[in-house]
Structure formats: C-alpha cells, structure tokens
Design a protein around this ligand. Structure first.
Ligand SMILES: [Zn+2]
Length: 804
C-alpha cells in the first residue's frame, strides 16, 4: 500500500469513528470542491517541485509548481491523478491535477491544526479576495495611464475607504497637495496596506456599506443627480473597478473627489456589474472560437492570453459578467479576466439533439478541429444524435471498434431536426425522380416529366424533401436540388433566331402539345430560360399574352456580348429584315463599303440601317464581310511625349518605339492605323481621345511602361473599364498576347481602368503597361528594342484574335 493510500484509508477509518457524531460523509467530501470543507490537507516536505496540471494528463498545461512547504487539499482522489486545491502567493484558490505518485513521494499529511488556528485561516480565506486592483497595477493599459494623469488611483484605492464607512469610492483627482496631506495623516503607507486587508471585498460587503463593480460603459459616468440628464461629475473607462453604496435602487450612490473635495454622485446600476460577494473556483471550456484573457474586465483592454474553443480553463467567479483567471505570460503569473459568454462551466447540462447530415459527408472528429482525426463518417441525409457543446461544435458518442468514444461534429455539417423547413415550389428541369432516401442509388418512389411544377421542402444541402403518394399512401421522398429550378428563380432572357421551319411555340413542354404560334425561319425571337430542353416565351394569342414553350433545338441564341466592329464589304452586301435570305431586303451596300455591325449569330451580323430617314435593325450574312484586321481602324496612342517624359524620363520613347513596331504589324495585316503622335510631341489626354472619336476607331490602344516607388513590382497589366464587355475581352486577349511573346510576369487585366483615355473614349479602348522601369531587372529587359518589338507583336496578336 502506498503512503498516500494509507493516509486516505486512515482518514476513512477516522471518519467511520467520528462519522456517528459528525454529519460529514466522505463521499460528500470528495465530490464537494468547496473551500470550507477540507478532506485531507497535505504539505510538500521535500525540496522538490511538484507539477500541478490543468488536466489529468502530463501532456496538459502545467499551471504551476508546488514547492517545499506548499499546503494543498485533495479534493478528489483519482486512480493516477488527484484533483487538488491550493493557494498561490496571493492566497487565491487554485485547482489542478497532481500525479498521485508525486504526492506519495514528496508530500505528507499536514498535522491537524487546532481549532483556533483553523478558524483564523478560514477567516483569512473569506476576506482575502484580492486581485481587484492587481491586474491593473501589474499591466497598466493605455486607458489607465490616461486616467492616472487625471486622477491618482489604484495604488492607494480603498486604503482609507475601509476605515471610513461613508467615504467610499475611488480615490479621486487628488492634487499633489492632497496627496501630501494624506501622507501626513498616514505616515507609512506601506505599513497601512500591510496591516489592513484593504483589497478585501468581503469586508466591505460585510459592513454593508460599500460594494464594488466593474464599469461597463465606456465611459461610465457619475452624475450629480439620479438622472442621465444631470451633470457628469466624473467619467471612468470601461473595466475600471468602482465603489458605491449598496442599494436596491436603479441609482447607486457614490462619492467622487472633484478638485480634492468629496462630492456625492450617482451611478446608474445598468452601467456597473457588481462583483461577486465570494469568489468561487470553477473549471470550464472555451465556448467560442477563441477565448481572450483580458488585462482588465473590459473587452477593450489588452489580451494577456488566448485559448482555442474546447480548451479547458480554470478560473474564479468575479462579477456577473466576468471571471478571473490566472495566466502565465512572459514568464510570470498574472491575473486576467474572462468574459462569462466565452466560457461554459464544465458541469453545464448538455441537451441532446436530433438532426440530419447536411453536406455530402459528415465527419465526427476526435477534437474540435476539422484537421483532427476522423472517428467516423456519415452520408448526407443520415439521421444522427448529438449533444450541445460549444458555439461551433456538437459532441457525439460514436462506436469505434465497438467502443463508445466521444467525438465532435461541426455545427455547419448538420441540420437540426427542429430547424424550420422552408416550403418551395419549382419546375423539373428534366424528367425528375423522387427517391426513397437522399441517394440516387436508392429506390425511385415516383417520377415526374420535365416542366412539372412540384412542391417540396428544404432538407439538406443537396436534397429536398417531398411527400408523394405511393399506392394511395403519403410517403416521404427526396428530390435532388439540381433537378429542380425554383419557381421564383430569376430567368435569363435571350434573343435569338428561329432556325426550324417553322419554329413553333407550344402550349406545353412537348412537341406534341398544342401549337400556340409559328414563326418562319430567320425570325428574331425573345424568350427566357426554363428547363434543360425548353425555353419559355410569351406570345399573343387572340390579343392575349400567353405563356408558351420553344424547344431549344429550334432557335440559335444571339452572341452575348455582341461585339461592335467596322468591316469592309467583300462583295455586295444585302441587309435583310430578318436573319434569312428569303426575308425582305432593307438595303444594299456595294463591295468595299465600310459597314459598322454587331456580331449576332454564327451566320448573321446585325446592323442598323436608315431607310427613308428611319432606323431599322437588319441582318447581313457573316461571309459577306472581311474578317480580321483588314480595314479595321486602329488608333495607337504612345503615352506621354514632349515635355512629359513619363516614367524614369525615358518612357515616352519606349512607348513610341513600341507603337511604331505595332503600326508595322497592323499595316501588314491591312488595318488602317492612326497614331495619336508619331514624334516626340506633347498632346493632352483630351486631344488623344478626340482623335479616337474623329476616326471612329474600332480599337484604341494606349501604350505605356510602368513605374513604382518600390523597386520590387514587375510584370505586365492591361486596363479596361468594367462596364464594357468588349474592352474586357480585348484587354484579356492583348494581355495574353504580350505575356506569350515576352514571358514577363502576368499581373492580369485590371478592371479599374479609370484613365482619361479609356473613361472618356466612346470607342473600344484599353491601356497596356508593358513592364516596370522602376524594377532594375525589368528596366534592363524592357529598354531593349527587341523587347519592344516582342511586346508590339503580342498586342498585335491580341488585336488579331479579337477581330477574328
Ligand atoms: Zn505612362
């Protein structure tokens, strides 16, 4: 038998002996962690540091060490570890686990103190509830530093208050004079504070005069009257410990010092959080994602230490909203504060919940982290049980190799059974099946045809729940979300060409249903998204708007976006009223005519023509127009010039050289090139844009080289305006072209092209920055003519692709 167990048995025997006359039972003793009852008191009798752990594991955090002569109580005796209680240097209760082996080796049972001694100790215990000011003294934060300037506070706080019942509160705005007076009255401050348990809140409350509380508001005001409209006598920052008279009223009376004079004032009880009368030790787990231990009872104060969700912490009750905790920071123990909402006491009863797996898969983890071990997995839709735990995690019992194991489920992975389901209505995108479970491998309860309008309820991430009648019996089934389109979902509107001869609008989603209307080939139709195979359209039947359906195979959608291009007629061009050569002719153009058009379908461009002074939309065959750059008007804008040299004093030259190379490439491809400048001259930005407008440019390219105060950035970027889809496409093609030719870093296209030459330009315009002159490496590269030629080739390739 070990020494420890022997002692425990002796204690039990003693209890049996005295048990008849005493009401104390051992079972009660060990389960009760209260301070007053002390089952066995031990003392460390060896020169040895005995580790006290947070958990009953050597892997857990060491809270502190018991040294020789440390006294502790065994609160609960475990197999390997015992839960002990002791006091730290400041006489605060602290709890933790100690290895039984070490107790056995290094500690002995303390001799039972005599009655008097015991009562003394107890008294000390009840009144010694320090810490009120300790953390503030140890770790003054900025706020306190400020308040110290105005008021002299913490160090002397309470010292005189204790003796004078009516004078309570904080030490107030003491002038130097006042301080001197005080020093005279109390010659040795140190002595006074040693003698008097000045930090005791218990003594205060026993006197029923003054209580203390945490200032909740920032600032917390003391008013002249019991009204928030009255004058503010004094303001305190959040987290400050204030003293005031105990009262059941909404308004608490407090004395503050104004210009060295005690003045009665009022604090609203909503503005303060009363300190507990007696602090109690507790253990809890971190409830939220993080728990911060603050320097003062204010979330605005410094964070001394943080713990992750699920971590076990020990603390003492402090006020209604705050707990106090001892943390080891920068090599020393400090007192900090934990907000009530951030911790959940260990013994908090858990609620059992039912739910279903929300996502494709649910993992039960060994810890409160998705990177911890997976104990077990469940598929979507599976019903499971779990218990409340922390803010983001549930606790669950799973069987691993036949053994009940505690695991954790992330809240986002389940839908609670009592979560309200939303009723929805939608259209079957295609033929839709209602399955017996949330799996396409499960049996099919019922099927509905494409376009069927069904009612169902939200269930999991990928599945809806629906009630179907199978052999006349209501049965719960499941529909995959992808199979349905919500009735109220926004539809996409389309415009396109009728390609079937004729193209029919049907009453239902079936070619065998009633025909509402027929259109000849080439008719331009408008319709909207509906199911996988059908569009929905509104047609007028006998003057009445009617919903009908067009088979997707019977129409060709317009290009989106439509690109605006000026092209040259390579033969006589006929403009038709519809996208069909059998439709009426609006106008004709001779070969070589410059025609501005918009891309429309694979076979047709769209044009605006004027017939008898009236604008009409017409259609031309795509093969009647020259493709590619031939005949395109391209304005090249070499940035800067003249007295404006641009980046590093040389950019203007690089810009012009690059533009000249690009002009050669474009001319060779048959494009018409306009240069905003072809020499070293200065042009305003407005003049550059004016040239674009004057020549009605098909594209305007502004050429620049970049720079930055920081020498590290490098690479190429192309700017456009986000409102213009054509510009985005051209910018991307040019960017890709230049990167492919030069091999420099791709900084991507930028949609914040808020440059005058782009913003004010009515034509398609982009601005390209061909590398950083401010980067020494890149400078060496881009200043070479060979580079400028490559960059020009890249821009050319982009333009060429854009116009093909
Ligand atoms: Zn520039």
């Amino acid at each position: 038998m070990t020494k420890l167990k022997k002692h425990i048995s002796m204690f039990l025997i003693a209890l049996l002996v005295f048990g008849l006359t005493s009401n104390i039972g051992y079972a009660n003793e060990i389960n009760n962690k209260s301070v007053e009852q002390e089952p066995i008191t031990y003392v460390v009798n060896e020169e040895q540091q005995v580790a006290v752990y947070l958990e009953d594991s050597q892997e857990s955090e060491i809270l502190f060490h018991l040294i020789k002569d440390s006294v502790f109580d065994i609160v609960e005796l475990g197999d390997e570890y015992s839960y002990i209680q002791t006091k730290d240097e400041e006489d605060n209760e602290v709890l933790g686990y100690v290895l039984n082996e070490e107790i056995d080796q290094y500690a002995i049972v303390q001799d039972k103190p005599d009655e008097e001694e015991l009562s003394d100790e107890k008294q000390e215990e009840t009144i010694e509830t320090p810490l009120t000011e300790e953390p503030q003294e140890n770790a003054p934060n900025e706020e306190e530093a400020v308040s110290e300037e105005n008021t002299s506070i913490d160090s002397t706080e309470g010292q005189d208050n204790l003796t004078e019942e009516d004078e309570l509160t904080e030490e107030e705005s003491q002038t130097d004079e006042l301080k001197e007076e005080e020093q005279q009255a109390v010659p040795d401050e140190q002595e006074v504070s040693d003698e008097q348990p000045v930090k005791s809140r218990m003594l205060m409350s026993k006197a029923l005069v003054t209580v203390q509380g945490v200032a909740l508001k920032n600032p917390t005001n003391v008013y002249t009257e019991s009204s928030r409209n009255s004058t503010v006598l004094k303001s305190y920052s959040q987290g400050k410990i204030l003293k005031f008279e105990k009262s059941n009223n909404q308004w608490l009376q407090a004395t503050v010092y104004v210009n060295g004079k005690a003045v009665a004032g009022y604090i609203n009880s909503d503005d303060v959080d009363l300190l507990v009368e007696k602090q109690e030790s507790s253990r809890g787990i971190v409830y939220n994602e993080n728990l911060h231990v603050y320097a003062t009872p204010s979330k605005n104060s410094n964070v001394l230490k943080s713990y992750k969700e699920g971590h076990t912490v020990v603390y003492q009750t402090y006020s209604a909203q705050w707990n106090e905790a001892r943390v080891y920071v920068n090599g020393k123990w400090q007192y900090g504060f934990i907000h009530e909402d951030d911790v959940i006491p260990e013994n908090t009863p858990q609620s059992t919940l039912n739910g279903v797996v929300k996502n494709e898969k649910l993992n039960v983890y060994s810890g409160l982290s998705k990177s911890s071990n997976v104990l077990k997995s469940y598929n979507e839709g599976k019903s499971i049980k779990y218990r409340t735990h922390t803010a983001n995690w549930y606790e669950a019992t799973v069987y691993v190799n036949g053994k009940a194991t505690t695991g954790y489920i992330h809240k986002g992975d389940v839908v609670n059974a009592d979560a309200p389901q939303k009723s929805l209505q939608g259209i079957a995108k295609n033929r839709v099946h209602v399955y017996s479970s949330t799996s396409t491998n499960s049996s099919i309860l019922k099927s509905y045809s494409e376009g069927s309008n069904l009612k169902y309820k939200t269930f999991t991430k990928n599945w809806y729940e629906a009630t179907v009648y199978v052999n006349g019996k209501a049965t719960t089934g499941y529909i995959h979300k992808d199979a349905m389109v919500d009735e109220n979902a926004a539809r996409t509107n389309y415009r396109g060409v009728a390609t079937a001869s004729p193209t029919r609008v049907y009453a239902n989603e079936s070619t065998s249903s009633k025909v509402l209307k027929s259109y000849s080939t080439g008719s331009i139709l408008k319709y909207r998204s509906y199911t996988d195979n059908w569009y929905e359209a509104t047609v007028y039947v006998n003057g009445k708007a009617t919903t009908g359906y067009i088979n997707k195979k019977h129409v060709e959608n317009s290009k989106n976006p439509q690109q605006s291009i000026t092209g040259t007629a390579q033969s006589e061009v006929t403009v038709y009223k519809k996208a069909s050569t059998t439709s009426s002719v609006l106008k004709s153009y001779s070969k070589g005519s410059k025609i501005k058009y918009k891309t429309f379908t694979s076979n047709w461009h769209e044009v605006i023509v004027y017939v008898n002074g009236k604008a009409h939309t017409g259609y031309i065959k795509t093969n009647t127009m020259e493709k590619g750059l031939k005949g395109k008007v391209i304005v090249l804008d070499a940035g800067h010039g003249g007295h404006d040299p641009g980046a590093m004093g040389i950019e203007k030259d690089l810009n012009l050289n690059t533009a000249n190379y690009l002009r050669s490439y474009l001319n060779a491809a048959g494009a018409e090139v306009i240069m905003t400048r072809s020499t070293d001259v200065y042009l305003t930005l407005a003049e550059r844009v004016e040239i674009s407008h004057q020549y009605n440019a098909d594209a305007f390219i502004s050429i620049h080289y970049n720079s930055n105060p920081d020498p590290s950035p490098n690479g190429i970027e192309t700017y456009y305006l986000p409102s213009n889809e054509d510009e985005r496409e051209l910018a991307q093609l040019i960017q890709d072209g230049v990167i492919a030719e030069t091999g420099l870093r791709d900084r991507g296209v930028k949609n914040n092209g808020n440059f005058y030459v782009i913003r004010e330009n009515q034509n398609i315009s982009v601005l390209v920055e061909l590398g950083f002159l401010s980067n020494p490496n890149e400078y060496d590269t881009v200043t070479k003519a060979a580079y400028q030629q490559k960059a020009a080739k890249g821009i050319f390739n982009g333009l060429n692709q854009y116009f093909n």
